[in-house]
Design a protein around this ligand. Structure first.
Ligand code: NOJ
Length: 563
Protein backbone atom coordinates (compact mmCIF):
# COMPACT_ATOMS: atom_id res chain seq x y z
CA UNK A 1 0.00 0.00 0.00
CA UNK A 2 1.23 3.42 -0.95
CA UNK A 3 2.43 5.42 2.06
CA UNK A 4 -0.03 8.28 2.60
CA UNK A 5 1.33 11.80 2.86
CA UNK A 6 -0.27 15.26 2.78
CA UNK A 7 1.76 16.35 -0.22
CA UNK A 8 0.58 13.39 -2.28
CA UNK A 9 -3.03 14.44 -1.95
CA UNK A 10 -2.43 18.05 -2.85
CA UNK A 11 -3.37 19.97 -5.92
CA UNK A 12 -0.84 22.72 -6.54
CA UNK A 13 -1.72 25.93 -8.37
CA UNK A 14 1.22 27.46 -10.21
CA UNK A 15 1.55 31.22 -10.39
CA UNK A 16 3.85 32.75 -12.97
CA UNK A 17 3.89 36.12 -11.21
CA UNK A 18 4.49 38.48 -14.11
CA UNK A 19 1.23 37.52 -15.79
CA UNK A 20 -1.02 36.54 -12.92
CA UNK A 21 -2.63 39.72 -11.58
CA UNK A 22 -1.43 43.31 -11.57
CA UNK A 23 -2.27 44.90 -8.21
CA UNK A 24 -0.60 48.30 -8.68
CA UNK A 25 -1.59 48.83 -12.30
CA UNK A 26 1.86 49.17 -13.85
CA UNK A 27 1.27 46.44 -16.42
CA UNK A 28 3.19 43.73 -14.52
CA UNK A 29 1.70 41.09 -12.24
CA UNK A 30 2.72 41.37 -8.59
CA UNK A 31 2.16 40.27 -5.00
CA UNK A 32 -0.57 42.86 -4.44
CA UNK A 33 -2.40 41.16 -7.29
CA UNK A 34 -1.81 37.75 -5.72
CA UNK A 35 -3.26 39.00 -2.41
CA UNK A 36 -6.42 40.08 -4.21
CA UNK A 37 -6.83 36.65 -5.75
CA UNK A 38 -6.06 34.36 -2.81
CA UNK A 39 -9.75 33.71 -2.13
CA UNK A 40 -10.25 32.85 -5.78
CA UNK A 41 -7.34 30.39 -5.66
CA UNK A 42 -8.73 28.84 -2.50
CA UNK A 43 -12.16 28.53 -4.14
CA UNK A 44 -10.69 26.23 -6.79
CA UNK A 45 -10.12 23.55 -4.18
CA UNK A 46 -6.35 23.53 -4.52
CA UNK A 47 -4.10 23.08 -1.51
CA UNK A 48 -0.91 24.92 -2.39
CA UNK A 49 0.58 27.63 -4.55
CA UNK A 50 3.88 27.26 -6.37
CA UNK A 51 5.41 30.60 -7.19
CA UNK A 52 7.66 30.72 -10.20
CA UNK A 53 10.62 32.91 -9.13
CA UNK A 54 9.66 36.08 -7.27
CA UNK A 55 13.24 37.01 -6.44
CA UNK A 56 15.34 39.96 -7.57
CA UNK A 57 16.22 39.31 -11.18
CA UNK A 58 17.07 41.23 -14.35
CA UNK A 59 14.43 39.01 -16.02
CA UNK A 60 16.62 37.71 -18.83
CA UNK A 61 14.71 34.43 -18.32
CA UNK A 62 11.81 35.97 -16.41
CA UNK A 63 13.05 35.22 -12.94
CA UNK A 64 14.95 32.01 -13.63
CA UNK A 65 18.03 34.25 -13.57
CA UNK A 66 18.27 35.23 -9.91
CA UNK A 67 20.35 38.18 -8.74
CA UNK A 68 19.39 37.91 -5.05
CA UNK A 69 17.88 34.75 -3.57
CA UNK A 70 16.74 36.45 -0.37
CA UNK A 71 14.72 39.37 -1.63
CA UNK A 72 11.70 40.02 -3.83
CA UNK A 73 11.90 41.55 -7.29
CA UNK A 74 10.80 45.19 -6.77
CA UNK A 75 8.47 44.87 -9.77
CA UNK A 76 6.59 42.22 -7.77
CA UNK A 77 6.66 43.90 -4.36
CA UNK A 78 8.58 43.63 -1.12
CA UNK A 79 9.53 40.92 1.33
CA UNK A 80 6.88 42.33 3.71
CA UNK A 81 4.25 41.85 1.03
CA UNK A 82 5.50 38.33 0.48
CA UNK A 83 5.13 37.63 4.21
CA UNK A 84 1.59 38.96 4.05
CA UNK A 85 0.80 36.61 1.16
CA UNK A 86 2.36 33.75 3.09
CA UNK A 87 0.36 34.46 6.24
CA UNK A 88 -2.92 35.00 4.41
CA UNK A 89 -2.38 31.86 2.34
CA UNK A 90 -1.62 29.84 5.46
CA UNK A 91 -4.71 31.24 7.16
CA UNK A 92 -6.71 29.96 4.19
CA UNK A 93 -5.07 26.55 4.46
CA UNK A 94 -2.90 27.01 1.37
CA UNK A 95 0.74 25.95 1.41
CA UNK A 96 3.40 28.00 -0.35
CA UNK A 97 6.12 26.48 -2.51
CA UNK A 98 9.04 28.55 -3.74
CA UNK A 99 10.99 27.98 -6.93
CA UNK A 100 14.58 27.17 -6.06
CA UNK A 101 16.80 27.84 -9.05
CA UNK A 102 20.24 26.62 -8.06
CA UNK A 103 21.76 25.20 -11.20
CA UNK A 104 22.58 28.79 -12.14
CA UNK A 105 22.22 32.38 -11.00
CA UNK A 106 22.00 35.62 -12.94
CA UNK A 107 25.24 37.12 -14.19
CA UNK A 108 24.15 40.14 -12.12
CA UNK A 109 24.31 38.16 -8.87
CA UNK A 110 26.94 39.48 -6.43
CA UNK A 111 28.47 35.99 -6.32
CA UNK A 112 29.11 36.11 -10.05
CA UNK A 113 30.40 39.68 -10.06
CA UNK A 114 32.89 38.75 -7.33
CA UNK A 115 33.78 35.53 -9.08
CA UNK A 116 34.71 37.50 -12.20
CA UNK A 117 37.11 39.52 -10.05
CA UNK A 118 38.42 36.37 -8.32
CA UNK A 119 37.32 37.70 -4.96
CA UNK A 120 37.33 34.98 -2.32
CA UNK A 121 35.39 32.89 -1.49
CA UNK A 122 33.68 33.37 -4.86
CA UNK A 123 36.56 32.60 -7.28
CA UNK A 124 35.32 29.03 -7.83
CA UNK A 125 31.59 29.60 -7.32
CA UNK A 126 31.05 29.12 -11.05
CA UNK A 127 32.47 26.79 -13.70
CA UNK A 128 35.36 28.72 -15.23
CA UNK A 129 37.78 27.30 -17.77
CA UNK A 130 40.59 28.57 -19.96
CA UNK A 131 39.74 28.69 -23.66
CA UNK A 132 41.32 26.44 -26.24
CA UNK A 133 43.22 27.40 -29.38
CA UNK A 134 46.23 29.65 -29.87
CA UNK A 135 44.62 32.77 -28.47
CA UNK A 136 42.53 30.91 -25.92
CA UNK A 137 39.28 32.18 -27.45
CA UNK A 138 37.88 28.80 -28.45
CA UNK A 139 35.27 27.37 -26.04
CA UNK A 140 36.67 24.81 -23.56
CA UNK A 141 34.48 22.02 -24.98
CA UNK A 142 31.72 21.48 -27.53
CA UNK A 143 28.73 21.60 -25.16
CA UNK A 144 25.66 23.45 -26.29
CA UNK A 145 23.23 25.21 -24.04
CA UNK A 146 19.57 24.19 -23.75
CA UNK A 147 18.75 27.59 -25.20
CA UNK A 148 20.73 26.72 -28.30
CA UNK A 149 24.19 28.04 -29.00
CA UNK A 150 27.47 27.36 -27.23
CA UNK A 151 27.22 26.64 -23.51
CA UNK A 152 30.28 28.82 -22.93
CA UNK A 153 30.72 32.58 -22.77
CA UNK A 154 34.05 34.35 -22.68
CA UNK A 155 34.54 36.93 -19.93
CA UNK A 156 37.16 39.53 -20.91
CA UNK A 157 37.77 40.73 -17.37
CA UNK A 158 38.58 37.30 -15.98
CA UNK A 159 40.11 36.09 -19.23
CA UNK A 160 38.22 32.79 -19.02
CA UNK A 161 35.04 31.14 -20.23
CA UNK A 162 32.13 30.33 -17.91
CA UNK A 163 29.64 27.54 -18.44
CA UNK A 164 25.94 28.30 -18.89
CA UNK A 165 23.58 25.43 -19.66
CA UNK A 166 20.84 28.02 -20.28
CA UNK A 167 21.14 31.67 -21.45
CA UNK A 168 24.51 33.40 -21.28
CA UNK A 169 23.02 35.59 -18.53
CA UNK A 170 22.61 32.39 -16.43
CA UNK A 171 26.07 31.16 -15.39
CA UNK A 172 26.09 27.66 -13.85
CA UNK A 173 27.01 27.38 -10.19
CA UNK A 174 29.83 25.02 -9.29
CA UNK A 175 28.17 22.55 -6.93
CA UNK A 176 31.46 20.68 -6.58
CA UNK A 177 32.54 23.56 -4.37
CA UNK A 178 31.34 22.90 -0.80
CA UNK A 179 31.09 26.65 -0.19
CA UNK A 180 28.48 26.89 -2.97
CA UNK A 181 26.48 24.10 -1.39
CA UNK A 182 26.67 25.84 1.99
CA UNK A 183 25.44 29.11 0.43
CA UNK A 184 22.50 27.27 -1.16
CA UNK A 185 21.59 25.59 2.10
CA UNK A 186 21.50 29.02 3.73
CA UNK A 187 19.08 30.21 1.05
CA UNK A 188 16.86 27.19 1.72
CA UNK A 189 16.89 27.86 5.47
CA UNK A 190 16.09 31.52 4.90
CA UNK A 191 12.78 30.65 3.22
CA UNK A 192 11.95 27.66 5.37
CA UNK A 193 12.50 29.73 8.53
CA UNK A 194 10.09 32.28 7.12
CA UNK A 195 7.51 29.51 6.87
CA UNK A 196 7.39 28.33 3.26
CA UNK A 197 6.32 24.73 2.82
CA UNK A 198 8.62 23.45 0.14
CA UNK A 199 10.59 23.99 -3.02
CA UNK A 200 10.17 23.28 -6.68
CA UNK A 201 13.78 22.78 -7.77
CA UNK A 202 14.66 23.98 -11.23
CA UNK A 203 16.50 21.53 -13.57
CA UNK A 204 17.83 19.92 -10.43
CA UNK A 205 19.12 16.79 -12.14
CA UNK A 206 21.69 18.89 -14.04
CA UNK A 207 23.67 20.34 -11.12
CA UNK A 208 26.54 17.82 -11.18
CA UNK A 209 28.85 17.92 -14.18
CA UNK A 210 31.25 15.15 -15.25
CA UNK A 211 34.82 15.55 -14.14
CA UNK A 212 37.03 17.07 -16.83
CA UNK A 213 33.95 18.28 -18.75
CA UNK A 214 34.53 15.92 -21.72
CA UNK A 215 33.18 16.75 -25.17
CA UNK A 216 29.67 15.60 -26.00
CA UNK A 217 28.67 13.66 -29.07
CA UNK A 218 29.10 15.95 -32.11
CA UNK A 219 25.87 14.56 -33.57
CA UNK A 220 23.68 16.27 -30.96
CA UNK A 221 22.40 19.49 -32.60
CA UNK A 222 21.16 20.94 -29.27
CA UNK A 223 21.97 20.21 -25.62
CA UNK A 224 25.25 18.69 -26.80
CA UNK A 225 27.13 17.36 -23.78
CA UNK A 226 23.90 16.41 -22.02
CA UNK A 227 25.15 12.95 -21.06
CA UNK A 228 27.92 14.64 -19.07
CA UNK A 229 25.63 16.68 -16.87
CA UNK A 230 22.24 14.93 -16.85
CA UNK A 231 22.19 13.03 -13.53
CA UNK A 232 25.94 13.62 -13.28
CA UNK A 233 28.41 11.79 -11.02
CA UNK A 234 27.63 13.53 -7.70
CA UNK A 235 23.95 14.22 -8.16
CA UNK A 236 22.76 11.81 -5.46
CA UNK A 237 25.36 13.02 -2.99
CA UNK A 238 24.45 16.69 -3.46
CA UNK A 239 20.72 16.08 -3.34
CA UNK A 240 21.11 14.06 -0.15
CA UNK A 241 22.99 16.99 1.33
CA UNK A 242 20.23 19.46 0.39
CA UNK A 243 17.67 17.01 1.68
CA UNK A 244 19.28 17.15 5.10
CA UNK A 245 18.20 20.78 5.39
CA UNK A 246 14.57 19.75 5.19
CA UNK A 247 14.68 17.31 8.03
CA UNK A 248 14.07 20.09 10.56
CA UNK A 249 10.95 21.28 8.72
CA UNK A 250 7.66 19.74 7.56
CA UNK A 251 8.46 20.72 3.99
CA UNK A 252 8.73 18.90 0.71
CA UNK A 253 10.75 19.03 -2.50
CA UNK A 254 9.71 18.56 -6.09
CA UNK A 255 12.55 18.43 -8.57
CA UNK A 256 12.25 19.42 -12.20
CA UNK A 257 13.82 16.61 -14.16
CA UNK A 258 14.18 16.92 -17.92
CA UNK A 259 14.88 13.64 -19.78
CA UNK A 260 13.65 11.61 -16.81
CA UNK A 261 12.44 8.04 -17.23
CA UNK A 262 10.51 6.02 -14.63
CA UNK A 263 13.51 3.77 -14.07
CA UNK A 264 15.89 6.64 -13.42
CA UNK A 265 13.26 8.42 -11.33
CA UNK A 266 13.26 5.51 -8.91
CA UNK A 267 16.85 6.33 -7.99
CA UNK A 268 15.72 9.77 -6.74
CA UNK A 269 12.22 9.33 -5.38
CA UNK A 270 12.31 5.76 -4.11
CA UNK A 271 10.37 5.37 -0.84
CA UNK A 272 13.49 3.93 0.83
CA UNK A 273 15.98 6.46 -0.42
CA UNK A 274 14.27 9.73 -0.86
CA UNK A 275 16.35 12.58 -2.22
CA UNK A 276 13.27 14.30 -3.61
CA UNK A 277 9.59 13.71 -2.85
CA UNK A 278 8.56 13.81 -6.47
CA UNK A 279 9.69 14.97 -9.87
CA UNK A 280 8.36 17.03 -12.72
CA UNK A 281 9.05 14.78 -15.69
CA UNK A 282 8.49 15.51 -19.36
CA UNK A 283 7.74 12.37 -21.34
CA UNK A 284 3.97 12.90 -21.29
CA UNK A 285 4.52 16.33 -22.86
CA UNK A 286 6.01 14.69 -25.95
CA UNK A 287 2.83 13.24 -27.48
CA UNK A 288 2.86 15.83 -30.27
CA UNK A 289 6.56 16.36 -30.81
CA UNK A 290 10.02 14.85 -30.73
CA UNK A 291 11.46 15.91 -27.37
CA UNK A 292 10.55 19.60 -27.72
CA UNK A 293 7.47 21.32 -29.09
CA UNK A 294 9.52 22.95 -31.85
CA UNK A 295 9.87 19.49 -33.45
CA UNK A 296 6.16 19.18 -33.92
CA UNK A 297 4.21 16.04 -34.87
CA UNK A 298 0.46 15.37 -34.93
CA UNK A 299 -0.96 14.54 -31.49
CA UNK A 300 -0.55 10.83 -30.82
CA UNK A 301 -2.81 9.47 -28.09
CA UNK A 302 -1.32 5.98 -28.31
CA UNK A 303 2.11 7.39 -27.47
CA UNK A 304 0.65 9.38 -24.58
CA UNK A 305 -1.13 6.32 -23.17
CA UNK A 306 2.05 4.31 -23.36
CA UNK A 307 3.92 6.97 -21.41
CA UNK A 308 1.24 7.21 -18.74
CA UNK A 309 1.11 3.44 -18.49
CA UNK A 310 4.88 3.25 -17.98
CA UNK A 311 4.96 5.90 -15.29
CA UNK A 312 1.82 4.75 -13.51
CA UNK A 313 2.74 1.09 -13.42
CA UNK A 314 6.49 1.31 -12.93
CA UNK A 315 6.64 4.08 -10.41
CA UNK A 316 3.73 4.06 -8.06
CA UNK A 317 4.36 0.95 -6.04
CA UNK A 318 7.52 2.45 -4.76
CA UNK A 319 7.57 6.15 -5.43
CA UNK A 320 5.68 9.30 -6.32
CA UNK A 321 5.50 11.81 -9.16
CA UNK A 322 3.80 14.96 -10.44
CA UNK A 323 0.86 15.11 -12.85
CA UNK A 324 0.57 18.26 -14.91
CA UNK A 325 -0.45 19.29 -18.39
CA UNK A 326 0.55 22.92 -18.36
CA UNK A 327 3.16 25.22 -16.94
CA UNK A 328 5.06 28.32 -18.03
CA UNK A 329 7.34 26.25 -20.30
CA UNK A 330 4.73 24.75 -22.62
CA UNK A 331 2.15 26.10 -25.04
CA UNK A 332 -1.42 25.78 -23.75
CA UNK A 333 -2.68 22.20 -23.66
CA UNK A 334 -6.05 22.82 -25.36
CA UNK A 335 -4.09 24.18 -28.33
CA UNK A 336 -1.86 21.10 -28.32
CA UNK A 337 -3.61 17.90 -27.18
CA UNK A 338 -7.13 19.32 -27.33
CA UNK A 339 -8.97 21.46 -29.85
CA UNK A 340 -9.72 25.17 -29.87
CA UNK A 341 -12.91 24.38 -31.78
CA UNK A 342 -14.03 22.29 -28.81
CA UNK A 343 -12.27 24.48 -26.29
CA UNK A 344 -14.40 23.77 -23.23
CA UNK A 345 -15.11 20.14 -24.08
CA UNK A 346 -11.51 19.25 -24.82
CA UNK A 347 -10.40 21.20 -21.74
CA UNK A 348 -12.74 19.08 -19.63
CA UNK A 349 -11.71 15.85 -21.31
CA UNK A 350 -8.01 16.54 -20.72
CA UNK A 351 -8.74 17.55 -17.14
CA UNK A 352 -10.42 14.18 -16.55
CA UNK A 353 -7.56 12.41 -18.29
CA UNK A 354 -4.84 13.51 -15.87
CA UNK A 355 -6.65 14.31 -12.64
CA UNK A 356 -7.38 10.71 -11.65
CA UNK A 357 -3.84 9.48 -12.15
CA UNK A 358 -1.64 8.76 -9.15
CA UNK A 359 0.71 11.61 -8.41
CA UNK A 360 0.49 15.11 -6.99
CA UNK A 361 -1.80 17.24 -9.12
CA UNK A 362 -0.55 20.52 -10.61
CA UNK A 363 -2.63 23.19 -12.29
CA UNK A 364 -1.21 26.24 -14.09
CA UNK A 365 -2.75 29.72 -13.95
CA UNK A 366 -5.39 30.14 -16.65
CA UNK A 367 -5.61 26.40 -17.34
CA UNK A 368 -8.72 26.29 -15.16
CA UNK A 369 -10.57 28.65 -17.53
CA UNK A 370 -9.26 27.04 -20.70
CA UNK A 371 -6.86 29.71 -21.87
CA UNK A 372 -5.40 28.89 -25.27
CA UNK A 373 -2.16 29.67 -27.09
CA UNK A 374 -1.79 33.12 -28.56
CA UNK A 375 -1.38 32.46 -32.29
CA UNK A 376 0.93 35.21 -33.34
CA UNK A 377 0.02 34.68 -36.97
CA UNK A 378 -3.17 36.65 -36.35
CA UNK A 379 -1.19 39.88 -35.99
CA UNK A 380 -1.32 42.66 -38.60
CA UNK A 381 0.48 41.96 -41.84
CA UNK A 382 3.63 44.00 -42.34
CA UNK A 383 4.50 44.27 -38.63
CA UNK A 384 7.67 42.50 -37.50
CA UNK A 385 6.19 39.33 -36.02
CA UNK A 386 9.24 38.64 -33.84
CA UNK A 387 8.56 41.73 -31.74
CA UNK A 388 5.53 39.85 -30.42
CA UNK A 389 7.72 37.28 -28.70
CA UNK A 390 9.47 37.88 -25.38
CA UNK A 391 11.08 34.61 -24.31
CA UNK A 392 14.84 34.18 -24.56
CA UNK A 393 14.51 30.56 -25.64
CA UNK A 394 12.22 31.53 -28.54
CA UNK A 395 14.98 33.71 -29.97
CA UNK A 396 17.68 31.13 -29.36
CA UNK A 397 15.76 28.36 -31.14
CA UNK A 398 14.88 30.77 -33.96
CA UNK A 399 18.56 31.63 -34.44
CA UNK A 400 19.55 27.97 -34.44
CA UNK A 401 16.89 27.16 -37.03
CA UNK A 402 18.08 30.07 -39.16
CA UNK A 403 21.59 28.60 -38.99
CA UNK A 404 20.27 25.26 -40.19
CA UNK A 405 18.69 27.03 -43.17
CA UNK A 406 14.98 26.78 -42.32
CA UNK A 407 12.86 29.43 -44.03
CA UNK A 408 11.69 32.40 -41.99
CA UNK A 409 8.10 31.48 -42.76
CA UNK A 410 8.60 27.98 -41.41
CA UNK A 411 10.37 29.15 -38.25
CA UNK A 412 7.63 31.61 -37.50
CA UNK A 413 4.96 29.00 -38.08
CA UNK A 414 6.61 26.63 -35.63
CA UNK A 415 7.22 29.37 -33.06
CA UNK A 416 3.56 30.29 -33.25
CA UNK A 417 2.49 26.96 -31.85
CA UNK A 418 5.58 25.94 -29.91
CA UNK A 419 6.99 29.01 -28.15
CA UNK A 420 6.78 29.18 -24.38
CA UNK A 421 5.40 32.70 -24.83
CA UNK A 422 2.06 31.03 -25.54
CA UNK A 423 1.65 30.15 -21.88
CA UNK A 424 2.77 33.52 -20.58
CA UNK A 425 0.03 35.91 -21.68
CA UNK A 426 -1.75 37.73 -18.83
CA UNK A 427 -4.49 35.82 -17.05
CA UNK A 428 -7.88 36.79 -18.40
CA UNK A 429 -9.96 38.01 -15.46
CA UNK A 430 -12.89 39.68 -17.20
CA UNK A 431 -14.07 41.17 -20.50
CA UNK A 432 -12.92 44.74 -19.84
CA UNK A 433 -9.92 46.04 -21.84
CA UNK A 434 -6.72 44.04 -21.18
CA UNK A 435 -8.88 41.31 -19.70
CA UNK A 436 -9.00 43.15 -16.38
CA UNK A 437 -5.30 42.39 -15.86
CA UNK A 438 -4.42 46.09 -15.76
CA UNK A 439 -5.74 49.32 -17.23
CA UNK A 440 -2.39 50.50 -18.65
CA UNK A 441 -0.34 48.81 -21.38
CA UNK A 442 0.34 45.25 -20.12
CA UNK A 443 3.92 43.97 -20.26
CA UNK A 444 2.82 41.29 -22.75
CA UNK A 445 0.03 40.75 -25.25
CA UNK A 446 -3.35 39.72 -23.91
CA UNK A 447 -4.90 36.89 -25.89
CA UNK A 448 -7.60 38.51 -28.07
CA UNK A 449 -10.09 35.81 -27.04
CA UNK A 450 -10.39 37.34 -23.54
CA UNK A 451 -13.89 38.68 -24.14
CA UNK A 452 -15.15 35.13 -24.29
CA UNK A 453 -12.52 33.35 -22.20
CA UNK A 454 -12.24 34.94 -18.78
CA UNK A 455 -12.75 34.15 -15.11
CA UNK A 456 -15.81 36.37 -14.66
CA UNK A 457 -17.69 34.71 -17.50
CA UNK A 458 -16.65 31.26 -16.29
CA UNK A 459 -17.84 32.02 -12.75
CA UNK A 460 -21.33 32.78 -14.08
CA UNK A 461 -21.59 29.64 -16.16
CA UNK A 462 -22.32 26.49 -14.15
CA UNK A 463 -21.03 24.41 -17.09
CA UNK A 464 -17.74 26.24 -17.44
CA UNK A 465 -14.38 24.53 -17.33
CA UNK A 466 -13.66 26.50 -14.16
CA UNK A 467 -16.61 24.98 -12.33
CA UNK A 468 -15.74 21.59 -13.78
CA UNK A 469 -12.24 21.82 -12.28
CA UNK A 470 -13.76 22.71 -8.90
CA UNK A 471 -15.93 19.62 -9.01
CA UNK A 472 -13.08 17.48 -10.27
CA UNK A 473 -10.66 18.50 -7.53
CA UNK A 474 -13.28 17.78 -4.89
CA UNK A 475 -13.93 14.33 -6.41
CA UNK A 476 -10.23 13.57 -6.55
CA UNK A 477 -10.16 13.94 -2.78
CA UNK A 478 -13.51 12.26 -2.13
CA UNK A 479 -12.40 9.17 -4.05
CA UNK A 480 -8.76 9.41 -3.11
CA UNK A 481 -8.31 5.72 -2.27
CA UNK A 482 -8.78 4.99 -5.96
CA UNK A 483 -7.96 8.31 -7.61
CA UNK A 484 -4.75 9.10 -5.76
CA UNK A 485 -3.61 5.79 -4.32
CA UNK A 486 -5.31 3.25 -6.59
CA UNK A 487 -3.67 0.91 -9.08
CA UNK A 488 -3.73 1.99 -12.72
CA UNK A 489 -5.13 -0.49 -15.27
CA UNK A 490 -5.35 0.59 -18.86
CA UNK A 491 -7.65 -0.79 -21.59
CA UNK A 492 -7.61 -0.36 -25.38
CA UNK A 493 -3.93 0.55 -25.38
CA UNK A 494 -3.79 0.82 -29.15
CA UNK A 495 -7.01 2.75 -29.79
CA UNK A 496 -6.24 6.05 -31.51
CA UNK A 497 -8.99 8.10 -29.88
CA UNK A 498 -10.16 6.34 -26.74
CA UNK A 499 -8.43 6.49 -23.40
CA UNK A 500 -9.98 4.07 -20.93
CA UNK A 501 -8.53 3.22 -17.56
CA UNK A 502 -9.48 1.98 -14.11
CA UNK A 503 -8.02 3.10 -10.82
CA UNK A 504 -8.51 0.32 -8.34
CA UNK A 505 -8.37 0.99 -4.60
CA UNK A 506 -6.98 -1.54 -2.15
CA UNK A 507 -10.49 -2.52 -1.00
CA UNK A 508 -11.48 -3.31 -4.61
CA UNK A 509 -13.61 -0.21 -5.21
CA UNK A 510 -12.66 1.54 -8.40
CA UNK A 511 -12.95 4.52 -10.68
CA UNK A 512 -13.37 3.97 -14.41
CA UNK A 513 -12.32 6.83 -16.68
CA UNK A 514 -13.64 6.70 -20.25
CA UNK A 515 -12.57 9.39 -22.68
CA UNK A 516 -12.74 10.15 -26.37
CA UNK A 517 -9.66 12.33 -26.74
CA UNK A 518 -10.45 13.45 -30.28
CA UNK A 519 -12.74 15.50 -32.48
CA UNK A 520 -14.02 12.28 -34.07
CA UNK A 521 -17.24 10.77 -32.73
CA UNK A 522 -16.64 7.15 -31.67
CA UNK A 523 -19.37 4.46 -31.54
CA UNK A 524 -20.42 3.93 -27.97
CA UNK A 525 -20.35 0.12 -28.24
CA UNK A 526 -16.54 0.30 -28.09
CA UNK A 527 -16.62 1.37 -24.44
CA UNK A 528 -19.85 -0.04 -23.03
CA UNK A 529 -18.17 -3.20 -21.78
CA UNK A 530 -15.85 -1.19 -19.55
CA UNK A 531 -18.69 0.40 -17.58
CA UNK A 532 -19.16 -1.95 -14.62
CA UNK A 533 -22.66 -3.02 -13.63
CA UNK A 534 -23.76 -0.98 -10.65
CA UNK A 535 -21.27 1.80 -11.37
CA UNK A 536 -22.29 5.34 -10.58
CA UNK A 537 -21.38 8.22 -12.90
CA UNK A 538 -19.60 10.90 -10.89
CA UNK A 539 -18.63 13.44 -13.55
CA UNK A 540 -19.14 13.91 -17.28
CA UNK A 541 -18.02 16.27 -20.03
CA UNK A 542 -21.50 16.38 -21.57
CA UNK A 543 -24.92 16.01 -19.94
CA UNK A 544 -26.77 12.78 -20.67
CA UNK A 545 -25.56 9.30 -21.56
CA UNK A 546 -23.00 8.36 -24.18
CA UNK A 547 -26.02 7.21 -26.26
CA UNK A 548 -24.97 5.80 -29.60
CA UNK A 549 -21.92 7.91 -30.22
CA UNK A 550 -19.30 9.35 -27.95
CA UNK A 551 -19.20 12.93 -29.12
CA UNK A 552 -15.93 14.84 -29.62
CA UNK A 553 -14.03 14.89 -26.34
CA UNK A 554 -16.81 13.09 -24.49
CA UNK A 555 -15.72 11.68 -21.20
CA UNK A 556 -17.16 10.21 -18.04
CA UNK A 557 -15.88 8.85 -14.79
CA UNK A 558 -17.70 6.08 -12.93
CA UNK A 559 -17.34 4.86 -9.39
CA UNK A 560 -17.92 1.23 -8.51
CA UNK A 561 -18.14 0.46 -4.78
CA UNK A 562 -16.89 -2.77 -3.22
CA UNK A 563 -19.20 -5.65 -4.09
C1 NOJ B 1 13.29 25.40 -16.22
C2 NOJ B 1 12.31 26.52 -16.04
O1 NOJ B 1 11.01 25.99 -15.87
C3 NOJ B 1 12.43 27.39 -17.27
O2 NOJ B 1 11.42 28.36 -17.35
C4 NOJ B 1 13.80 28.01 -17.28
O3 NOJ B 1 13.97 28.74 -18.47
C5 NOJ B 1 14.90 26.94 -17.20
N1 NOJ B 1 14.61 25.93 -16.24
C6 NOJ B 1 16.20 27.57 -16.81
O4 NOJ B 1 16.13 28.01 -15.48
Amino acid sequence: MEERKWFKEMSVYQIWPRSFCDGNDDGIGDLKGVLKKLDYIKSLGVDAIWFSPLYVSPQADYGYDIADYCDINPEYGTIEEFKEVLDRAHALGLKIIMDLVINHTSDKHEWFKKSVKREEPYTDFYIWRKGRGKNGKKAPNNWMSTFPGSAWEYNEERGEFYLHLYAKEQPDLNHDNPKVREAIKNVMRFWLDMGVDGFREDVITQISKAEGLPNGSPFMPASRGLSHYDCGPHIHEYLAEYREVLKDYDAFQVGEAPFMTPKKALTFVNENKKELDMMISFQHMEADCIMIEWMHLPFNLVKLKKTYNNWQTMLFHRAWNVNYLENHDHARIISRYGSEKYRVESGKCLALMYSFLSGTHFLYQGQEIGMTSLHYDKYPKGSNPWTQFKDVSTFCVRDLMRKFGFSEKHILKVATTAARDNARTPVQWDSTPNAGFCSCEPWFTVNPNYKEVNVEAAEKDPKSLLNFYRKLLALRKEYKDAAIYGEFRIHLKKHKHLFVYDKVAEDGSKLTVILNVSEKPVPCKKVKKFIPAGAKEIISVYDGSFAELMRPYAGKVYYTPVK
